[in-house]
Design a protein around this ligand. Structure first.
Ligand SMILES: [Zn+2]
Length: 386
């Protein structure tokens, strides 16, 4: 198996996933998993991306993950019924991931992930706890003022930061290109918008074809998400693996997209947009950090997820049903990715301080980001930003 063969299978999978999620196609993704798993299994070199594929595309892992992501076959009468129905499968998925990681010689799946991100678990916990403390009082005030609940959270975020009219995504891309000089985006990027569609999605079909999908941008939450997907697109536009050792892994991808998103939002948004983004950010930072802390408890094999879920979230708001834990927001991304969102944003805020100190602006800043982050995305030491 060579790099090109694996890359082709990897992109074919990403393309099929895009077609299902964005275009409503009905491709059998299990077939793509099987191909990727078989290629990874026959690879002599156990590079990080090969190890990842041996877990994520393991037929059983993939089957459970997909069922949970798509809420496939569960009763969806209400959130409580759904969360109860999913509980066993969510636990089973964690067990399957652990087994697949153990086959590769790891203690569990979390160890594999920590090795790949090269951020120590204790560092992750400490930083997430700090984020919670930093944002708690402001977040509590916003939650109370806007009567936000766990159940209505994402809709609340949109409503409380609504714009008078929707923004044109092409204008945002052009502003980013003009500000930073990321001119490649003009040639390779296409945008799919959908009123009811998924919040955000980015895929690389080929070096010349990168796509992002998202909602109509009529509030600060969806503006932030659009800039987030655009940040993924920048990473994809300027990075193509040259060897099997050189893939952009989920930890680096998410961490750096969040970092770039924070810098880009600061430099291209208007004052009013920035003020609203700040609200979204305060609320998201704390919820994602609590979600990350809760999930680390889960991977450390707590016997009572319900109790830990309430323990973490009650810091923020009352939880009506502890059973909701199986629907926690990390489910909508992917287990063990959620912490890279708040950590990446924290790194973005740290980086903005350096950028200001150095007096970097415009294309000079764009070049600097390219040299320090974008061009080194696969090898970069994430922990050095925290
Ligand atoms: Zn992302």
């Amino acid at each position: 198996m060579n790099l090109q063969e694996f890359l082709n299978a990897y992109r074919a999978f990403g393309k099929a996933e895009w077609e299902n999620v964005v275009e409503g196609a009905n491709k059998d993704l299990n077939l793509f998993d099987e191909t990727l798993y078989a290629l990874a299994a026959e690879s002599e070199k156990r590079t990080p991306v090969i190890k990842r594929a041996l877990v994520e595309h393991h037929p059983e892992v993939a089957r459970y993950r997909r069922r949970i992501e798509d809420f496939e076959g569960y009763p969806k009468d209400d959130m409580l019924t759904l969360s109860r129905a999913m509980r066993t499968d969510v636990m089973k998925l964690m067990e399957l991931r652990n087994m697949a990681a153990q086959n590769l010689g790891y203690h569990d799946y979390k160890d594999l992930d920590c090795e790949q991100s090269r951020i120590h678990e204790e560092t992750i916990k400490d930083r997430l706890q700090e984020v919670v403390e930093t944002h708690a009082s402001k977040a509590e005030a916003l939650i109370e003022k806007h009567k936000m609940t766990w159940e209505s959270w994402f809709q609340d975020l949109r409503e409380l930061t609504a714009f008078e009219e929707a923004l044109n995504p092409q204008d945002i891309v052009e502003k980013v290109v003009e500000t930073f000089g990321f001119t490649k985006l003009r040639d390779v990027l296409s945008i799919h918008q959908d009123e009811q569609g998924i919040a955000g999605f980015a895929r690389k079909f080929s070096d010349r074809d990168i796509r992002i999908a998202g909602r109509i941008i009529d509030n600060a939450s969806d503006l932030k998400t659009f800039i987030h997907e655009l940040s993924h697109a920048i990473l994809y536009a300027y990075n193509t693996p040259k060897t099997l050792d050189d893939f952009l892994l989920p930890a680096n991808d998410e961490f750096l997209a969040n970092l770039l998103e924070t810098v880009i939002a600061k430099k291209v948004c208007t004052q009013t947009q920035k003020w609203m983004i700040q609200k979204v950010d305060t609320l998201e930072m704390i919820r994602m950090s609590l979600s990350g802390l809760f999930e680390l408890d889960l991977w450390n094999k707590v016997k009572t997820p319900e109790e830990r879920f309430v323990h973490h979230y009650e810091r923020l708001m009352p939880i009506k049903h502890p059973e909701y834990w199986s629907l926690d927001s990390f489910r909508s991304v992917d287990p063990l990715f959620i912490q890279y969102y708040p950590l990446g944003r924290l790194a973005g805020k740290n980086m903005l301080v350096i950028i200001d100190q150095e007096g970097l602006e415009g294309t000079e800043l764009g070049d600097w980001l390219y040299d320090h982050l974008i061009n080194r995305a696969t090898e970069i030491e994430l922990a050095s930003f925290l």
